[in-house]
Design a binder for this molecule. Structure first.
Ligand code: HEC
Length: 166
């Protein structure tokens, strides 16, 4: 009779343990995937991810301009504009996005410099653009993100010199 109670007691303990560990498993579940405004699971890059793409365009643009590769520099500027437009469209819930137009005047200057195929104008427009990047970082409490004029090409698998202007 005594051993019967011991076995029943062990079984009770086991049931309690199993239900407790079940709860823990529930707590350890992965958080639900991030959803966009419409509530589906479509992936939307964050503001920082758009910025990393913009940083790459900014850096490539410098070497394209230095090499007076104007068709490529024009293309790169267009890509940068598209990335800014994309973040304005898709990044929701970040009030900083309202400050994106701070970059517009420098993009206009860049387009004029490229159209006039003028290296010194390009350099001034690039400095203006770099300052505009930093002004917005400052205005949006990200003054610790400092963009500079690059000293080395960002990639080694693309040609920035112009070979055959078409
Ligand atoms: C809206 C104003 C604004 C403008 C204009 C702007 N940025 Fe930013 N940038 C931000 C904000 C805000 C962040 C912080 C993003 C975050 O919190 O994820 C940021 C972050 C960054 C980062 C850090 C990304 C990372 O994850 O490491 C880089 C690099 C960057 N910006 C580059 C640039 C460059 C280059 C330009 C100019 C061509 C530029 N930004 C123009 C607002 C701006």
């Amino acid at each position: 009779m005594r051993s019967y109670f011991i076995i029943a007691g062990i079984m009770c303990l086991f049931i309690v343990y199993a239900s407790c560990s079940g709860n823990h498993a529930g707590q350890n579940q992965q958080p639900a995937p991030q959803t966009n405004e419409s509530g589906d699971n479509t992936y939307v890059p964050g503001l920082g991810e758009f910025m990393n793409t913009i940083q790459l365009h900014h850096s490539k643009l410098w070497f394209e301009g230095l090499n007076q590769n104007w068709p490529l520099a024009r293309y790169e500027t267009d890509e940068m504009k598209e990335t800014f437009a994309g973040l304005q469209k898709y990044v929701t819930g970040r009030p900083e996005v309202e400050d994106v137009p701070m970059i517009n005047a420098s993009i206009d200057s860049m387009e004029i410099a490229i159209a006039s195929k003028n290296l010194s104008r390009f350099k001034s427009a690039f400095t203006l653009m770099t300052n505009a990047c930093n002004n917005c970082h400052y205005a949006t409490n990200h003054a610790f993100i400092v963009i500079t004029i690059p000293t080395q090409p960002p990639v080694t698998n693309q040609q920035f010199e112009i070979k055959d202007e078409k």
